[in-house]
Write a protein of this length. Structure first.
Length: 173
């Protein structure tokens, strides 16, 4: 399999199959899973980042168990939108993962996903650094995957009987 465009991957995915989201960290890989309608991403777990063969086998096992037909790998793009060495490494890793798992893989901008999750865990959940470390990777994967799902969600056309949006009163009243 190869790296594909996300919209094409989503369109080619058989009905009822899920997507796996992977957030690559230096020590761990956060794993998220979409629902079968491709509307909602949820944290799933984390994998120790080690030899690619072992990671690929673990991802393949998750895909088989959960009915996933594709993988979305987070792409660490710089804040200014450029791709540096970390992005190229993620591209290379994703390509190798596609070959080893036999699943289609796509890349999605994961800019600030870990930072957003950490802000949430500190501000909203009042979670200690130690407890955050245990969940941040899988939550960052879910955050990234949710962004990908939202960006590629088909937009429904207004159906019959749908009321048009109200127009502003030109008289100001």
């Amino acid at each position: 399999m190869t790296i594909r465009n996300l919209a094409d991957l989503r369109a080619a995915l058989p009905r009822g199959q899920r997507l796996i989201g992977l957030d690559l960290g230096t020590k761990t890989i956060g794993v998220a899973l979409s629902d079968v309608t491709l509307m909602l991403a949820s944290p799933y777990g984390s994998l120790t980042r080690g030899k690619l063969g072992a990671v690929a086998e673990a991802v393949r096992a998750i895909a088989a168990k959960e009915g996933a037909g594709g993988i979305v790998v987070g792409l660490p793009v710089s804040l200014d939108g450029t791709e540096g060495p970390a992005a190229q490494a993620a591209r290379d890793w994703a390509g190798d993962l596609a070959k080893r798992t036999g699943l289609p893989v796509t890349l999605w901008d994961e800019r600030l996903s870990s930072a957003a999750v950490n802000r949430f865990l500190i501000g909203e959940a009042d979670m200690s650094r130690k407890r955050r470390g245990a969940v941040v990777d899988k939550m960052a994967a879910a955050y990234m995957l949710q962004g990908a799902l939202d960006a590629t969600r088909p937009r429904a056309a207004p159906g019959p009987g749908t009321a048009p949006a109200p127009r502003p009163d030109p008289a100001g009243g």
